[in-house]
Design a protein around this ligand. Structure first.
Ligand code: B1M
Length: 210
């Protein structure tokens, strides 16, 4: 097994020590940091996403993989200039107004970051106005809205309406998720897509930005 294969395998197995040690060894051996990230860490995480979708991995294992990947990134990232870090795109994400649930949204953030996205996590109870301000400030490719309550789902529509009214909807992809949310609801409120979980959110983001 090549050293990069070991990193990919370590990410898949959620082997934090193994991935960290493997990355250190590759850095010491002179491998370019971006190769370690792209061909080792991100490639490993892509397999994790596919296995989760196929039902061959479960969320706790996915989280361990994300942690292993994070351990590797911590070692490699300081060695590259910030602007050279590969980014799949920028995502601003938050839980909508009136909703304090953030466990699932934070899992989605971990998955997006592990897959190369730069993520600005606004937190919970974010008003339509705050989302608009964040879009103006951070200029993301994607805005992610999370809601766990049937009552706060409606704030997703308010947020999209506010984006339209404020003229910041053009060129922005809006994705939504959370237990009560469906693909039909996404269509109804004018979102660009719905994802049922973290790996699906990554797949959706990749598809929307392709
Ligand atoms: Co609340 N709660 N809660 N709660 N809570 C639910 C959601 C509920 C279904 C429980 C129930 O009654 N069976 C119910 C909602 C009923 C409804 O509206 N249909 C409910 C209620 C009623 C409430 C309160 C109103 C209770 C009260 O005070 N009377 C209150 C509301 C507070 C508020 O938000 N204003 C409340 C409070 C809380 C706590 C604060 C105690 C706590 C939240 C802690 C926190 O998040 N920091 C809490 C919790 C933990 C839950 C349950 C038990 C678990 C939610 C969770 O974390 N799931 C939940 C019951 C349940 O779901 N079984 C419940 C695990 C998480 C990994 O899954 O969040 O679905 P999930 O995220 C998934 C996907 O949905 C998706 O990916 C994630 C990862 O796979 N996803 C996205 C999520 N966001 C996404 C965004 C995307 C894409 C995918 O793109 C942008």
């Amino acid at each position: 097994m090549s050293d990069l294969e070991k990193i990919r395998e370590g990410v898949l197995e959620g082997d934090i020590q193994g991935v960290a040690g493997g990355c250190r060894a590759l850095v010491a051996g002179g491998m370019p940091p971006l190769d370690i990230i792209n061909q080792g860490l991100i490639a490993g995480m892509a397999v994790v996403g596919k296995k989760f979708k196929a039902g061959d991995m479960f969320m706790p294992e996915v989280l361990m993989s994300a942690k292993a990947m994070g351990a590797g990134i911590e070692i490699v990232k300081p060695l590259i200039a910030e602007e050279d870090v590969p980014t799949a795109g920028k995502v601003v994400i938050g839980t909508v107004e009136g909703d304090l649930h953030d466990i699932g949204k934070n899992l989605v953030v971990i998955m997006l970051e592990s897959s190369g996205y730069q993520v600005v996590n606004l937190g919970v109870d974010i008003s339509p106005r705050e989302f608009v301000d964040a879009v103006r400030e951070h200029k993301p490719d994607i805005l992610g809205l999370s809601a766990l309550l049937t009552t706060t789902m409606l704030a997703m529509k308010d947020t999209i309406d506010e984006l339209l009214e404020e003229g910041v909807r053009d060129g922005l992809k809006v994705i939504i998720g959370g237990a009560p949310v469906t693909a039909d609801f996404a269509e109804e409120i004018g979102a660009d897509g719905y994802a049922p979980d973290g790996p699906a959110a990554v797949e959706l983001a990749d598809r929307l930005l392709a």
